[in-house]
Structure formats: structure tokens, C-alpha cells
Design a binder for this molecule. Structure first.
Ligand SMILES: Nc1ncnc2c1ncn2[C@@H]1O[C@H](COP(=O)(O)OP(=O)(O)OP(=O)(O)O)[C@@H](O)[C@H]1O
Ligand SMILES: [Mg+2]
Length: 503
């Protein structure tokens, strides 16, 4: 049934590049079915609000199309779209009371009314809505958000949650086909947020209209949505139902973002056999032998047994009571595994674990090597990734050496000037280090991502200038947004010529 419903919104290759070069939304495509509750989920700055603003018509795409019921609406101004928005920072009119805030849009509205003149000819006039009609609509909207009797209250006397409801009432009173909600519960405390989540969900059911919702709260997305669109850096990472997204994350970003999970580096060692934490496990996904993969295991899917009775032994190194279950960390070799169980195992206890094949989620490894376009400088250093690094240029010609003037002398005795020669640069994930000292390395940037992979972190440092990424593994703990310089040993920078050099 669900799938049979028609598409109300279809987005094709939508891109928004701002004047300063920031690409907030990068070639995204998706559709929303009539009556669906779709949620955009992603960390701050990933482009959620920008996407919503383009759907609403407050912002223009740089590229791509937005179709409403099959028609391109790019040229329609916001007020001509059957769409209403509840903004991230709700803007009520402080000098108007609750009733006037909700009625505001209705009072401006003109509707077409058809009349007949004396000769029986029909003509159309645009008219305001009558006071009575407006009052009835406002009353209905107030009832929807559970604020009957609040008409005369000044909005400044309302609690945050009540103000939020007024903002929602103001949007639904126009009976839009589509309601856009940009983090509408962001300003509320946890308890209020939970209550409002349920109420919004209820409202969605009652109204039968399409909701496009934005949040960075994964739990909120999982409880409320029919479909979740996970975004990162302006790019869609995965689209699916909450269960799909939770159980079958497409990559380690999604796995890490959606709930607690263990992420390990693994290798496929045979037909449906994967090796991680020094143990070979049966799994259900088909991957090629010897392929390097990321393995995701949810903490609630790890079963603890007594030492020697499971698939691999280890030791409990921490245990915290979380209300319903204990959250324990077990150490196996160098790896740490987070486990949730209602039965406590004490710190120091030797235990064994079992993971069912079904609970082992395998994903293609996102990244195995950093690759850049670079060029050699006069000083025989290499520029890439918004930085300049010492390197060994003699690797470009096996057996060659540098003379006193810095020319490269090949085995044939040819003398080559490498200045400005274009090269491919490769740097392994284990060959990058970072330093607090901005002068220590060849490039400078901020840590924009940090994912725990069982026995190490995978970090991404992004430079300011051209947003070049350095992806690498480390056992050290850093913080997101730390400003660091990127240090790469001379012999770890692999170079190859883009083109043969003419001699
Ligand atoms: N008018 C603008 N000019 C330049 N850059 C902008 C503009 N609006 C947004 N951006 C940038 O675009 C990126 C995406 O912003 P957006 O507001 O869509 O993120 P978001 O996912 O809604 O984040 P949050 O969860 O913090 O609300 C950010 O890097 C932001 O700084
Ligand atoms: Mg936003």
C-alpha cells in the first residue's frame, strides 16, 4: 500500500552553492510520497535547512529541479506553493495575541468566489475570508495543538512548548498540502520534546498531510518517521525506513550517527566468513574474499557467556548501569566492544562473547587511501591538499638521484627539472599524523569527523582553503573541531607522474 501512493515532491539533482563557494547541498535526489512523514537527519551544517528552504521557495537552487505533483515549481514564489514552514527559530509576532498570530495569514488571504450577474453570466471575484470563517479555522487549529481557550493570551506569556504549538497552529491553519518543520522541537527540554514528538505524530495522522521534518536528533528521527534521509556534508548517505537505517546502515558514518554501535575493521576470509577482533565469524552478507570491510555490531546484539563458552574470550573493563540495562566494555586483544545486557558482569571478570551471523552488518570500506592531485615545486617539495610537504622525488624515476643544483639525474644520465610537474599523490590511512603545533605539518585544518572503530579512531582533517580532506587512523584521542596541522613522513608520500616528461 505505502509504495503505491503517488509522489508529491520529487527532487532531482538539487544543488545549492552559495556565493562564497560553500556547497551546502550537493546533487541530491529523492522523492516524498503523499501523506508520508519524511525526516532529514544529519549533523549541524549538513544542509538540512538549505534543502528545506529550497522546497519552500525561500532559496533558489543553483542546479536541479523540484517537482510538485510532477510540475516544476522552481519559478513559484513561496506564497504560491501549497507548502507551509515551521522554522528552526519560530518567529511569532510578540505584539499579537495567540488568536491574531494564527489568523495573520488567513487575514491576508484572498479566495476566488464565483457570482452570477442579472443576466446569468458568471464572474469571479477575489475576496477576503469572512471573520466567521477565520474564527472557525483558528479554533480548529487551536484544538489540533491542544491550546483551546488560549486565544487572548499574549504570546510572551506562553511557555516554550506552548509557543511552539502556536507556531505549528499558524502553519497548519492554512491547510497546506505539505508541512515543512525545521527542528521544531529544538528549543524544548527533553520531557517536553518527547511529549511534542508524540503529539506531532498524532497530528500527522489526523491531518493526513505530508510532513517533511528536519532534525539532528537520531532518536527523534527513528520514532517519528516513515522514511529517513541521512545527510552529511550536503550529500545523501542513505534513504530508508527507520528499521532499514538502524539495522542496515550503508556506511560507517550512518552506523555511527544512528545509535550506539561497535565498528570494526574486518576482512572477508571466505564464503560468508568475516574476520575481526582476531576471530572468524559467520555472516550473512556476500562479499569478495580478502575484501577489507567495516563491520558494525550493535551493543544489544552481543551476547555474553562465561569464559571459554563463546566465540572469543576477553575481559570486562567497565560497567555502567543505564536504568534498564548495563553498558559494559569488553576488551578482546587491542579491541574494545560495547555490550548492553540486563545482567551485569563485574569489571575484571573474564567472559566470552557470541554474535549471531544476522547481527553482523558488513559494509564496504569507505576509504582505503588518500589520493590527491599535486605538483612538484622548485625546492623538490610537493604541493597537495592545500599544503606543501617534503617528499622523495627520486621515486618518480627508479635509481635516480638529485644533483647539487636540485636537478634529477636518471639512471640514463638524463637531467630533469621537476619544477611544476603534475603528480598523483597517495597517502595511506596509517601514514598521517597530526599536531597541535600549526607549524609542525605541511597543511592546516580542522578535525571534522571522528569515528571510533573498535581499537582506533578514524579522523578527517579538512583544510580551510579548498576543503581538502586528510583521512587517517589514530589511537590518540582528539576532539572534533580541533585545529591541527597535518604531518606526513617524507617516505610515506607516494608519487607518480601524471604524464611522461619530455626530455
Ligand atoms: N546564506 C548562506 N551563505 C553562505 N553559506 C551558507 C548560507 N546558508 C547556509 N550556509 C552554509 O551552508 C551549510 C549548510 O547549512 P544549513 O543551514 O543548511 O545546515 P543545517 O543542516 O540546517 O545545520 P543545523 O543543524 O546547524 O541547522 C553550512 O556550512 C552553512 O554555513
Ligand atoms: Mg538548520
Amino acid at each position: 500500500m505505502e509504495n503505491k501512493r503517488e509522489k508529491i515532491i520529487e527532487i532531482k539533482n538539487l544543488t545549492r552553492e552559495f556565493e562564497d563557494g560553500v556547497v551546502a547541498v550537493d546533487d541530491i535526489s529523492f522523492y516524498v510520497r503523499k501523506g508520508e512523514f519524511v525526516t532529514f537527519l544529519g549533523p549541524s551544517g549538513c544542509g538540512k535547512t538549505t534543502t528545506l528552504r529550497m522546497i519552500a521557495g525561500f532559496d533558489k537552487p543553483s542546479k536541479g529541479q523540484i517537482l510538485l505533483n510532477g510540475q516544476d515549481i522552481s519559478a513559484l514564489p513561496p506564497n504560491k506553493r501549497p507548502i507551509n514552514t515551521v522554522f528552526q527559530r519560530y518567529a511569532l509576532f510578540p505584539h499579537l495575541n495567540v488568536y491574531e498570530n494564527i489568523a495573520f495569514g488567513l487575514k491576508l488571504k484572498r479566495v476566488k468566489v464565483t457570482y452570477e450577474d442579472a443576466s446569468g453570466k458568471q464572474f469571479v471575484k477575489k475576496e477576503k475570508l469572512s471573520k466567521k470563517v477565520i474564527a472557525a479555522k483558528v479554533e480548529k487549529a487551536l484544538k489540533m495543538v491542544d491550546l483551546e481557550g488560549f486565544e487572548k493570551r499574549s504570546v510572551s506569556t506562553l511557555s516554550g512548548g506552548q509557543q511552539q504549538r502556536v507556531a505549528i497552529a499558524r502553519a497548519i491553519v492554512n491547510e497546506p498540502e505539505i508541512l515543512l518543520l525545521d527542528e521544531p522541537l529544538g528549543a524544548l527540554d527533553l520531557k517536553m520534546r518527547k511529549d511534542m514528538q508524540l503529539e506531532l505524530k498524532e497530528m500527522h495522522k489526523k491531518l493526513g498531510i505530508t510532513f517533511i521534518y528536519v532534525t539532528h536528533d537520531q532518536e527523534e528521527a527513528l520514532t517519528m518517521s516513515d522514511t529517513i534521509v541521512v545527510m552529511k556534508d550536503g550529500v545523501i548517505q542513505q534513504i530508508g525506513t527507520p528499521t532499514d537505517i538502524y539495522n542496515e546502515p550503508k556506511n560507517s558514518f550512518v552506523a555511527d550517527f544512528i545509535g550506539e554501535s561497535n565498528i570494526f575493521s574486518g576482512t572477508i576470509v571466505g564464503n560468508r566468513k568475516v574476520r575481526f577482533i582476531n576471530t572468524t565469524f559467520d555472516c550473512v552478507d556476500d562479499f569478495e574474499k580478502n575484501e577489507k570491510v567495516d563491520v558494525v555490531v550493535r551493543p544489544e546484539d552481543v551476547v555474553l557467556k562465561d569464559e571459554g563458552e563463546g566465540q572469543v574470550d576477553g575481559k570486562i573493563i567497565s560497567s555502567i548501569f543505564k536504568g534498564v540495562h548495563y553498558e559494559m566494555v569488553m576488551k578482546v586483544g587491542k579491541s574494545e566492544i560495547v555490550i548492553q545486557d540486563t545482567i551485569e558482569r563485574k569489571v575484571g571478570e573474564k567472559v566470552s562473547l557470541v554474535i549471531q551471523p544476522n547481527d553482523i552488518h558488513i559494509m564496504e570500506k569507505e576509504f582505503t587511501e588518500n589520493k590527491y592531485d599535486g605538483y612538484i615545486t622548485k625546492r623538490n617539495t610537493v604541493c597537495f591538499g592545500d599544503g606543501e610537504f617534503d617528499c622523495d622525488v627520486t621515486q618518480l624515476y627508479p635509481g635516480s638521484f638529485l644533483d647539487e643544483e636540485g636537478y634529477l639525474i636518471t639512471t640514463e644520465g638524463d637531467k630533469i627539472d621537476l619544477t611544476d610537474v603534475d603528480v598523483n599523490v597517495e597517502v595511506g590511512l596509517k601514514d598521517i599524523e597530526i599536531s597541535d603545533d600549526e607549524n609542525a605539518g605541511g597543511a592546516i585544518g580542522n578535525i571534522v569527523s571522528m569515528i571510533y572503530k573498535g581499537d582506533h579512531y578514524q579522523l578527517i582533517v579538512r583544510t580551510d582553503e579548498n576543503e581538502e580532506d586528510f583521512v587517517f587512523d589514530t589511537e590518540d584521542t582528539w576532539n572534533e573541531n580541533d585545529r591541527v596541522s597535518v604531518v606526513i613522513a617524507k617516505d610515506k608520500i607516494k608519487l607518480s607522474l601524471k604524464q611522461e616528461i619530455k626530455r
